[in-house]
Design a protein around this ligand. Structure first.
Ligand code: ADP
Length: 370
């Protein structure tokens, strides 16, 4: 039996509805938008999200590790050890966090790091946990330090110490918690303090998906959406999805809309080309925002080195968006490099944008030397 609840930071939702395996009941997971895409996942996110680990595609090594841990925990009849999942957005961290409790037959509460501003806001989550249930904290690297410190004893000894009153009258209340499993998700594993990181028993990194995996995901999702999708169209959408299932889903939803509006609703290669070209998504999956980033770096900052904040201010985009959603793919595709002195465009960026590179790239080499 799986129950999923969305709790506000201050108050726990005491609804005890049994969501079971009823596919019509939506997991209470906030859909996350894909930058620059008019057809974000929206409510379709919950329709497309796999419900079981076996329904998930790719990430085989992570899956194997988790399956073993789940299996052992079930056999021992003990709660699963705490799990930390890291990797760029849209690769399946939340999906794992939703599927794991289902495998275990326990309920899950979902919270997010930035919404837990003070220790008192995490207390309802901890005290409401049942034996063996799961607490999922998304963006765990954004937990304020006092909240993070509060988690140490909760994770290690399943207890919390609450200080009541002040000064000489202060008393410490020792509260025992039910043994539980914390699943933390982060896009920035490096920002996690080592005391917190060390308290996770299992740490897994989610990497980008290959084309075959994305084709498989798109095929399954086209069936869920009841739309006809040809193999070559699935391959084309996958190629333009930056190795990320969330992006692939978002592109699929947009192409589906386009096919319904401009065609007979069926998605073939030509419709996919037209739909994705219209959004400015190129053959390798770069969108307008990615190209604007590269243009800004080259035109305004002469190719760099430029600081993230400076680029973000010039583009009027938050530096978090750039660092989490734009830069990982540009770095991985070698369009930019990160140096101690800032970001630098590579020759690949100049040729992509058909811009004249400097005869030598002093900024890049100077930055690497410096
Ligand atoms: P994250 O939490 O890492 O940002 P999510 O778990 O929210 O990413 O994944 C975004 C969407 O991508 C999900 O709603 C789901 O539809 C899809 N997805 C992610 N991982 C997989 C996978 N391994 N198999 C199939 N679909 C996936």
């Amino acid at each position: 039996m799986v129950r999923e609840r969305k709790l506000t930071a201050r108050q726990s939702d005491s609804s005890d509805d049994d969501l079971g395996d009823d596919p019509t009941l939506e997991p209470t997971v906030e859909p996350k938008a894909v930058a620059g895409d008019p057809s974000g996942p929206g409510e379709n996110d919950s329709v497309l999200r796999p419900r079981r680990i076996a329904d998930m595609v790719g990430q085989r090594e992570v899956m194997e590790v988790l399956q073993i841990a789940i299996d052992a925990a079930k056999k021992r009849k003990e709660p699963l050890g705490h799990i930390l999942l890291d990797g760029p957005p849209g690769l399946g961290k939340t999906t794992f966090a939703v599927c794991i409790p289902r495998e275990l037959g326990v309920k899950v509460d979902m919270a997010s790091g930035p919404s837990l501003k003070a220790p008192k806001e995490i207390i309802p989550y901890l005290t409401n946990l049942e034996h063996g249930s799961v607490l999922f904290i998304d963006e765990i690297h954004r937990l304020p330090k006092p909240v993070e410190e509060f988690l140490y004893t909760a994770m290690e000894d399943f207890r919390i110490d609450i200080v009541l009153g002040e000064g000489v009258n202060a008393r410490t209340l020792n509260l025992k918690l039910h043994p539980f499993t914390l699943i933390g998700a982060t896009t920035r594993a490096g920002m996690l303090s080592s005391p917190l990181r060390d308290r996770f028993h299992i740490r897994q990194h989610l990497g980008y998906y290959n084309i075959d995996d994305l084709v498989e995901i798109l095929g399954r999702n086209a069936r869920k959406l009841n739309v006809e999708l040809t193999k070559d169209a699935a391959q084309e959408i996958s190629k333009r999805s930056r190795g990320t299932p969330r992006v692939a889903n978002s592109r699929l939803l947009w192409v589906r809309d386009y096919a319904m509006s401009k065609g007979d609703g069926r998605i073939n290669l030509e419709i996919s080309h037209r739909a994705l070209d219209m959004l400015g998504i190129d053959e390798i999956g770069l969108d307008r925002q990615d190209r604007r980033y590269l243009e800004t770096l080259i035109r305004v900052f002469q190719g760099g080195p430029a600081g993230l904040e400076a680029i973000a201010h010039t583009m009027s985009v938050s530096s978090d968006t750039l660092e989490d959603e734009v830069e990982p793919f540009l770095l991985r595709s070698e369009f930019i490099v990160r140096t101690q002195r800032g970001r630098c465009a590579t020759m690949k960026s100049y040729s992509l944008l058909k811009m004249q590179p400097p005869t030598r790239t002093p900024s890049l080499f100077d930055a690497l030397d410096g």
